[in-house]
Design a protein around this ligand. Structure first.
Ligand SMILES: Cc1ncc(COP(=O)(O)O)c(C=O)c1O
Length: 484
């Protein structure tokens, strides 16, 4: 028996790379990544050759594995060189992240040391790091740090879901209440909140899509009228959802007025600031967010406005009791972990128990770089956006959407002789085929618009000038200038 166990041990030891193999593995991975970063500027923002990604299926899982060079080679070909290149500054499409390297090293250290960040007792340092970050966020947005509850999530969708469920439980909404309970949002509310409403069982409540005013903000007069009407008709206004930075048009709703209405009608006030939230770091922009401090729940996404690799959202709930009500659970086998200390842990404040120690990917960059370069990057993106908008303005063949409040705006090509939608679809397809710069499209008022979202920390003047040149020298030629 002992010999059998020792023989197995010998095999298992392979999983813990021995010194020489580890060095070889490390060198190859780090060399690969260094080359990737050094050559990023040469890469396209998008590669439409999806067929190549199928090569992943060619390498079957077997009993004895493959050399790391072979694995990296396949990764380069099938993963890294296909689809969108979000690490590149040429990604001006969806809401870009970017992925600062120091955060990636944070992930690496977190995974290697594998500290357990679910419960304080298992690793107080890990939980203290996460609470330190959450306290900083809470202070930034004017929450009371002795009362708020927060959680570092994997992204904005889960953070929104946690918020909607907390609202449901705080207001004690049960199945029998659905048919008279009302949720208010706008057409520009992110679709992940519709999903959250569905997942939380609230899709049988009444949902009011409040119209937008001309610049795409939620129309607060329409909201007020609807609230009065609903109350008068014996319905129960419950939840009002506002956006601080909409995904399609980049605008910030009038949070102050909406928060007052939420107060007046005893509604939970939710703010989705997944995209826009970190612009609040800039003194000059704070006034645009007035009222954000009144949110009962607030979502921010460090993998957007703090340029982290994907995998970082955060939720702040004004009163931590509302988060505990849904998420706290003392399992029989966890009682030791809770005796003798009062500290709250991520497991008490979110649906997760075991989770990756995601605080480190924020903590290391925040301490190492300091906050100033993050603010500078946000300022740079705001200026790049205004610069591009202003360069488009005099072009007779471009129609612009509303001025950018943050770093997203819409535009489209126009022609007296072509259908606008067809023309823009054709041009976007050509842009994607070209791939040097990746932009996206959206539908507003049933019409297609092209859309730029400038938020990658690697997007600089070079990329914006390139996009402008592509439009002026190349894509403009798609427009027919006569009806012949
Ligand atoms: C305003 C807004 N809310 C929520 C989300 C969803 O966040 P995530 O993709 O991190 O789940 C996004 C994503 O772009 C967003 O822009």
């Amino acid at each position: 028996m002992r010999n059998k166990i020792l023989a197995l041990e010998e095999s298992v030891l392979q999983l813990d790379l021995k010194e020489k193999r580890r060095k070889d593995f490390n060198d190859k991975v780090i060399n690969y990544l260094n080359k990737f970063i050094d050559e990023l500027n040469l890469k396209n923002g998008f590669d439409s050759d999806f067929k190549t990604s199928e090569a992943v299926f060619d390498l079957a899982f077997n009993e004895h594995g493959y050399p790391i060079d072979k694995i990296l080679h396949l990764f380069e070909k099938a993963v890294n060189n296909t689809g969108i290149q979000p690490a590149s500054g040429a990604h001006i499409g969806y809401i870009p992240g970017g992925g600062i390297p120091t955060a990636a090293y944070g992930d690496f250290i977190a995974a290697m040391t594998n500290k357990y960040s679910g419960i304080y007792y298992a690793n107080p340092g890990a939980i203290n790091i996460e609470n330190h970050i959450l306290n900083w966020f809470a202070q930034l947005f004017g929450f009371n740090i002795d009362q708020f509850g927060g959680n570092l999530t994997t992204g904005g969708s889960i953070a929104n879901l946690i918020s909607i469920v907390a609202a449901r439980d705080k207001h004690n909404i049960k199945g029998k209440d659905y048919e008279r309970t009302v949720i208010y949002g706008s057409e520009q509310m992110h679709h992940c909140i519709h999903k959250a409403i569905r997942i939380s069982g609230l899709s049988e409540c009444i949902y009011r899509e409040i119209p937008l005013e001309k610049n795409f903000h939620l129309d607060t007069n329409a909201l007020k009228n609807q609230l009065h009407k609903d109350l008068k008709n014996g319905l129960q206004p419950f939840l009002i959802i506002a956006s601080a930075g909409t995904t399609d048009t980049g605008v910030i709703d009038d949070l102050q007025t909406i928060s007052n209405l939420a107060d007046q009608f005893n509604c939970w006030f939710h703010v989705d600031a997944a995209y826009g939230g970190f612009f609040y770091l800039l003194e000059a922009y704070k006034s645009k967010f007035k009222g954000i401090e009144k949110a009962d729940s607030l979502v921010i996404d460090p993998h957007k406005g703090m340029f982290l690799p994907y995998g970082s959202g955060a939720v702040l709930i004004k009163d931590r009791k509302d988060l505990l009500k849904t998420n706290y659970y003392l399992a029989n086998y966890m009682k030791d972990a809770y005796s003798g200390h009062e500290h709250l842990s991520p497991a008490d404040l979110s649906p997760e128990l075991s989770r990756n120690f995601r605080g480190l990917r924020l903590w290391i960059p925040m301490l190492f770089h300091g906050i100033a370069p993050f603010k500078d990057a946000l300022n740079e993106k705001l200026l790049l956006t205004q610069y591009l908008y202003n360069k488009f303005k005099p072009l007779s063949y471009i129609e612009l959407g509303p001025p950018a409040e943050l770093t997203v705006f819409t535009f489209r090509f126009k022609s007296d002789h072509q259908n606008t939608e067809t023309l823009n679809r054709e041009i976007l397809a050509k842009m994607h085929e070209d791939g040097r710069i990746f932009i996206s499209s959206t539908t507003i008022n049933k019409q297609m618009w092209l859309r730029v979202a400038i938020l990658s920390f690697r997007t600089h003047l070079r990329e914006i000038d390139l996009l402008f040149d592509m439009v002026e020298k190349h894509f403009k030629n798609q427009i027919t200038t006569s009806s012949a």
